[in-house]
Design a protein around this ligand. Sequence first.
Ligand SMILES: OC[C@H]1O[C@](O)(CO)[C@@H](O)[C@@H]1O
Length: 507
Amino acid sequence: MAVVISSNGNSKSFDAKMTVYVFICVIIAAVGGLIFGYDIGISGGVTAMDDFLKEFFPSVYERKKHAHENNYCKYDNQFLQLFTSSLYLAALVASFFASATCSKLGRRPTMQLASIFFLIGVGLAAGAVNIYMLIIGRILLGFGVGFGNQAVPLFLSEIAPARLRGGLNIVFQLMVTIGILIANIVNYFTSSIHPYGWRIALGGAGIPALILLFGSLLICETPTSLIERNKTKEGKETLKKIRGVEDVDEEYESIVHACDIARQVKDPYTKLMKPASRPPFVIGMLLQFFQQFTGINAIMFYAPVLFQTVGFGNDAALLSAVVTGTINVLSTFVGIFLVDKTGRRFLLLQSSVHMLICQLVIGIILAKDLDVTGTLARPQALVVVIFVCVYVMGFAWSWGPLGWLIPSETFPLETRTEGFALAVSCNMFFTFVIAQAFLSMLCAMKSGIFFFFSGWIVVMGLFALFFVPETKGVSIDDMRDSVWKLHWYWKRFMLEEDENDVEKRTD
Ligand SMILES: OC[C@H]1O[C@](O)(CO)[C@@H](O)[C@@H]1O
């Protein structure tokens, strides 16, 4: 599969306007990110709603009602965690199928399939009369996420003029954060609607799913996908339409050339295992692991539960989640603004120190000041919320968007989509692990969970310091010469590959 993705806008620039049509396409496609964010944000609120618990998890409800002591454990239930995490497991599996439909059928049909999965999933989850319907609904939503997260970033990158690709890449993450925020607001209002507020909350995802379904009838297929599937004439016409200029020959030729090279690589997954692929592969996969082990989703999924756990009432807990959601969105704009100015490394390193301090402060307050009923006095609870907010800020301008941006700009073209697909499924896998384990970990480790994540933040900060080179301003097709070959550690893999090539030639 051949995809031309540039994320820093420094690759060859072709004549192109930012057309209204491209703008509409970007907004419609990015609705896929919004649905993903909505699903992330909604489950924490729903699992804190009494009506929902009474209907599907009566034992958790009873425990919650009588929870005075051992407050950390009132939500610890594998089925309840499965409600949240089944979606990510399904998305992980689906992203491999989505990678195939993306190349065989195109990006647009893959997005349409995503919206159909979303709609059926929403119907089942919101209309659920038993736990099976609920979980199957979440699984179908997960298929939607898998198909959407594979197709949308590729679509955005291929449709955007080269000089705007970096910013547009982060629009995906921006929409994710907006989706989380909308879900937090919906949770806040629907929690007081009895007995079916939770159905409205889960059903809310139907609106963006419909927008994606009908909106995707208006948008075009990407030129790369058309040319890749030998629809060269249509590809060229589409390129003219989205670029708003008549002379697109140079860009058209470059896509044809990229497709030719990519076709020569018979097995991109084998190629990914070769030494020369080691730097982007290791960095791409580890960034996903680290992104999730910052502990962000412990906060995102369970913010309302977490705030309740540390002593806020139901309403106040949901409201605090709305505040963190707003900070998440606003701080992502900071990331968009800074990423090409300060560079990637600065953001990764700054935020590691920043997030480490926050996690430690939260951990220390909880360890010291939680009383026997598991609640905090108001002043300390307020400090916890403030540090959660400051923590979210740091994540939102660094490990959040860079987790998607760096893998999309460091793989060479011939393994770019496969590498990216692996990164997406890796992200889903670790999101699943955190979603499934967090409540049990919170129950077992108590405030220690924050020290656990602090430990990982130290590791990722050191990894960024020693192993993530700066890619700002480097053309994406020049990573090998300008980045990897000059890096103190990664250069050995380039030399190994060069030596292998020489040996092959002399044989
Ligand atoms: O904004 C936070 C959200 O961003 C992600 O890392 C995706 O990039 C999610 O896993 C997380 O919930």
